[in-house]
Ligand binder design. Structure first.
Ligand SMILES: Cc1cc2nc3c(=O)[nH]c(=O)nc-3n(C[C@H](O)[C@H](O)[C@H](O)COP(=O)(O)OP(=O)(O)OC[C@H]3O[C@@H](n4cnc5c(N)ncnc54)[C@H](O)[C@@H]3O)c2cc1C
Length: 392
């Protein structure tokens, strides 16, 4: 790939910087987003912020213009995400809708479904969650047991989902359920349905994570009625639909690239202040962290180049996901090492450089090798689908 962006792409970058300077709720390039410890308040703030971004068409820039996007390409999307992250804008509160559900509806939804849901996804008027994982179906998703029994006018859905991020705030869930339990293979007979999270029979139970926050949940579905027009794609062919959703969870990741570029800059500043460069072993770990973030940038550009040529996200995305999650864990381990005796302190403690942000980030990113498919599974995908090794 030619790593230089075109004058048009740079003009887009300038336009967004101008918009951010005017509209960011803190001073561009100087300030930081407000620290909101209460998750519900953070979500409310995130909805207002995403609505203002969407009104100026800075969300879903690759989506068609008549659905609220700008009809732009993957490189432009990368530029926009890069600039938002550089301005320290918070992650999109509707990211599951924007990054996973939207592309799935664009690929497999009907015109009516796209018009019904896509504009509300962009504006965060409606939030979505991903109802895929179950207690006995995470890595082995095809063993899912949630049943969707065809009935007059639609389906009755019963089952249990787990690790459902943001379900407590969601209006809709993209749900994998078994419509034909007698299908000859496990991947067959599965369908993708849109479940109304406010419908009778839906129960959401928050689960507390290592960070002390409850971002994800258990979702119990008890005989929930789903009208027939909320089936995405063809009944029984949901495995292929889910495959395209999962492909968008991996691959090019400008957001994590900029987050980790910021983290490494902050880590080097922390090391400078805390005498982290005095120790030879720590110096080497810092140099390694810096080099790895730069390599991550190159990996991203390579994948972006493929997307820009019109290629669909494929199994190569697993290599990127594997790489950045391990890079992130090493970087955070080095940060804890640099913090030294302050490492076990929490927010509010005295003598804690960063006020607890490093510790929270360290705990949060332990999940990076689990979500969007564990690293063991990514290795298997790389072995079988990229390298073509025999199946185990
Ligand atoms: C922060 C976070 C947010 C999440 N959000 C969502 C969400 O919004 N919606 C959703 O549907 N899911 C979500 N998940 C779930 C996530 O996709 C699963 O946790 C993940 O797929 C692993 O499944 P599991 O937890 O059931 O672990 P398991 O599949 O039970 O795996 C347990 C261990 O066994 C290993 N293992 C399993 N099978 C194999 C194999 N064949 N070969 C080698 N090793 C294997 C795994 O690598 C892992 O180490 C989230 C998870 C996290 C951590």
């Amino acid at each position: 790939m030619d790593l230089r962006t075109t004058p048009e792409q740079e003009a887009l970058r300038e336009e967004l910087r101008g918009w951010l300077t005017e509209n960011l709720p803190w001073e561009y390039g100087v300030g930081l987003p407000p620290r909101i410890d209460d998750l519900a308040e953070a979500v409310a703030f995130g909805r207002r912020w995403q609505a203002s971004l969407a009104a100026a068409r800075w969300v879903g820039v690759t989506w068609p213009r008549d659905l609220g996007g700008r009809g732009l390409g993957a490189v432009e999307n990368f530029v926009v995400t890069e600039e938002l992250a550089r301005a320290r804008a918070p992650e999109l509160v509707g990211r599951i809708g924007v990054n996973l559900v939207g592309p799935t509806l664009l690929a497999h939804g009907t015109d009516e479904q796209r018009r019904r849901w896509l504009p509300q996804i962009l504006s965060a008027d409606e939030l979505w969650c991903q109802l895929f994982s179950e207690p006995d179906a995470g890595s082995d998703l095809a063993s899912l047991r949630t049943r969707a029994t065809p009935v007059e006018g639609g389906y009755r859905v019963t089952g249990q989902k787990v690790w459902t991020s943001y379900a407590q705030f969601a209006d809709w869930g993209l749900c994998l359920a078994r419509t034909d339990p007698d299908a000859p293979k496990r991947q067959q007979g599965i369908s993708v349905l849109v479940v109304d999270l406010h419908a009778p029979g839906v129960e959401v139970r928050p689960l507390v994570q290592l960070t002390g926050e409850a971002e994800f949940n258990e979702v119990i579905l008890n005989d929930v009625f789903v009208p027939a027009d909320r089936l995405i794609g063809t009944e029984g062919q949901g495995w292929a639909v889910a495959g395209s959703t999962l492909a968008h969870e991996r691959g090019v990741n400008p957001r994590q690239l900029v987050i980790h570029s910021q983290l490494i800059a902050e880590l080097l500043a922390l090391a400078e202040a805390e005498g982290g460069f005095d120790d030879r072993r720590r110096r080497q770990a810092l140099a390694q962290a810096y080099t790895e973030v730069r390599l991550f940038q190159l990996h991203n550009w390579r994948s972006l180049s493929a997307l820009a040529k019109g290629e669909e996200p494929g199994p190569e995305g697993s290599a990127l996901k594997l790489y950045w999650s391990e890079m992130s864990k090493r970087l955070h381990r080095t940060a804890m090492d640099v913090l030294g005796p302050a490492a076990p302190l929490w927010a509010g403690a005295e003598g804690n450089p960063g006020g607890g942000a490093w510790q929270r980030s360290w705990l949060y990113y332990q999940a990076s090798s689990i979500f969007a498919g564990t690293n063991e599974i990514q290795r298997t995908l790389i072995a079988e689908r990229v390298l073509g090794l025999p199946r185990g």
